[in-house]
Design a protein around this ligand. Structure first.
Ligand code: ADP
Ligand code: MG
Length: 539
């Protein structure tokens, strides 16, 4: 019941979101220009953003128990005695979770601590039965890394600009359970399925300055985690949870007081929440006020952040070493394994390094090399889920140049998908169908303007092939010379001024006549032939 209510409200959200999307892009542009202005004017306030990210580790079992990890399972069906904190139960560290954290640390250029420690962080909350969370406070598994991400800049937003954000640390810790609020019976029930699932907490330095940068950094991180297989990275399912720390200051001056924005469940909302918060704080400071150090929640309906509670900055978590877990030791390479420890029982950094998969940045470079496409196109191909696979599928069944195909995929296809809020896998036009259309154009059966028309038609009525549509609507290229002569003559006769201009040397006007001929033929005239005929008639 509760779940279906949630689904319905989600749906409503999504409908409202369509309006947001439009607004976001314009507010983002507005914001970037503010930032540029600030760089020129040191008195202007600029935003400072640092993210704290919790990534749920993809593992079969929890961090310290053998319970399964699943997203959808009946409440409290995945709870061992340890997860429920029964006295006398002990943690057993899951090697897969350690390997995931090490792998993620390596992919983010971190130093892997050969020895790290577990601590207890105490707080009282109904979804934390032990009264403390096991985390890594004194010495985390990975430190001092760097994430390189890109944003699109330049006037046309087609320049790939690389940026870096420092990773302070990656620590292993337990997830908590979930409180389910039942408004009907006004009660709260606890589901401990998530209690004890392994998390990697990634702490980033405050190196970013606006929502767009934070969104791009999180998208890159998401792609990296997915490539590594260490986290599925789905924000709406809570596998990737991002808290944004935001402040404003004048460049060159110390950082301002920050707020922490929570409850952000999509990358789009992250950008919006941050930009809203920067603007709000800027207004506060400009009015002579001070920003409160507080936790705020993002309300996606209003697009605003609202105060949740004072920051529990002064709260004492009573950190203490976890007495039931020895220091976590990882080994540099097989040679450094002590006698009696088998390589398959230990975590060996070198082995994990050698097994690192291709990361998104390398994939983008490879696409540029392989297909001769532009960097901004490879950026889009990799960043949009499933788009690269779609493009490569089309490439398999067409002889058209990659540079031509890429335009179709990143403009026509992606444009319609975005307009209708569809994912690539939901595209009504499958790669083979697009390839067939491109082949028909390549073979000279249709003009390029007609091919766009046919694409729209294929989109509207999936299942009908390009060839069918061309036949049914008689869209094939007209290359009957006599017919084209007749049409060209008609156009020339009815546009004496244009003809005069062409004759007196203004050859550009010929394009206007060509357009008129195409209008007559609904874009079906063979452009090469038309040009020849018109040139002859206006010479
Ligand atoms: P704490 O120990 O209070 O949690 P940290 O130093 O660990 O503080 O920082 C927590 C997060 O807040 C980090 O992601 C960091 O980048 C970010 N952060 C710290 N100071 C600021 C600031 N002035 N503005 C924006 N973000 C900040
Ligand atoms: Mg912190």
């Amino acid at each position: 019941m509760a779940a279906s209510c949630m689904a319905a409200s989600e749906l409503l959200h999504n409908i409202k979101l369509i309006h947001f999307v439009r607004r976001t892009s314009s507010s983002r542009l507005h914001f970037s220009s503010q930032l540029l202005q600030a760089q020129r004017d040191p008195q202007q306030l600029v935003g400072v953003v640092g993210l704290e990210i919790h990534a749920q580790i993809s593992s079969n079992t929890k961090l310290f128990s053998g319970s399964s990890v699943q997203f959808l399972a009946p409440p409290n069906s995945l709870v061992s005695f340890f997860d429920a904190s029964l006295p006398g139960t002990l943690p057993v560290l899951n090697r897969r979770c350690v390997e995931a954290a090490v792998m993620t640390g390596l992919a983010l250029n971190c130093t892997i601590n050969r020895r790290s420690l577990f601590d207890r962080k105490h707080y009282f909350y109904a979804d934390l039965p032990a009264g403390y969370q096991i985390t890594q406070q004194r010495r985390p598994v990975a430190v001092d890394g760097m994430l390189t991400y890109s944003v699109l800049g330049g006037k046309k937003r087609n320049q790939v600009i690389r940026k870096n954000v420092h990773i302070k640390q990656i620590q292993l810790e337990q997830d908590s359970g979930k409180s389910l609020h039942d408004d009907v019976h006004s009660q709260t029930l606890i589901d401990l399925n998530r209690a004890g699932v392994g998390l990697m907490e990634l702490v980033m330095e405050p190196d970013m300055s606006c929502g767009e940068e934070a969104a791009a950094a999180v998208r890159e991180l998401q792609l990296i985690l997915q490539a590594l297989g260490t986290c599925q990275g789905n924000m709406s399912e809570g596998q990737l949870r991002v808290d944004a720390n935001v402040s404003v200051h004048k460049p060159g001056e110390p950082l301002g007081i920050r707020t922490e924005v929570k409850n952000i469940n999509s990358i789009r909302y992250l950008a919006r929440a941050i930009d809203f918060e920067i603007q709000r704080q800027t207004d506060v400071v400009q009015r002579g006020g001070t920003v409160q150090n507080e936790t705020r929640a993002y309300d996606s309906k209003s697009g605003e952040t609202v105060a949740m509670r004072d920051k529990e900055g002064l709260q004492d978590y009573r950190f203490m070493p976890e007495p039931n877990l020895p220091p976590l030791i990882v080994f540099e390479d097989n040679a450094s394994l002590p006698a009696g420890i088998d390589a398959c029982q230990a975590v060996v950094v070198q082995t994990i390094k050698e097994g690192l998969p291709e990361l998104p940045s390398i994939k983008r470079d490879r696409l540029v090399q392989l297909y001769g496409i532009l960097p901004e196109h490879s950026f889009t191909l990799v960043n949009e889920d499933g788009l690269m696979e779609y493009f490569e599928e089309v490439m398999k069944s067409t002889k058209r140049e990659p540079r031509k195909v890429i335009g179709w995929v990143t403009n026509e296809l992606l444009g319609l998908l975005k307009q209708q809020e569809l994912s690539v896998s939901q595209s009504p036009v499958v790669p083979a169908a697009l390839a067939e259309l491109l082949e028909l154009q390549e073979a000279g059966h249709i003009s390029s303007s007609v091919s766009k028309q046919v694409f729209q038609e294929m989109w509207r009525s999936p299942g009908r092939t390009a060839a069918q549509i061309i036949r049914e609507q008689d869209l094939g290229l007209v290359s009957d010379a006599a017919e084209l002569h007749r049409i060209c003559q008609k156009v020339v006769d009815s546009h004496p001024e244009e003809v005069c201009a062409i004759r007196s040397g203004n050859k550009k006007v010929l394009n206007k006549l060509m357009g008129l001929v195409q209008k007559e033929t609904k874009g079906r005239a063979d452009p090469v032939l038309v040009r020849e005929i018109l040139e002859e008639k206006t010479s």
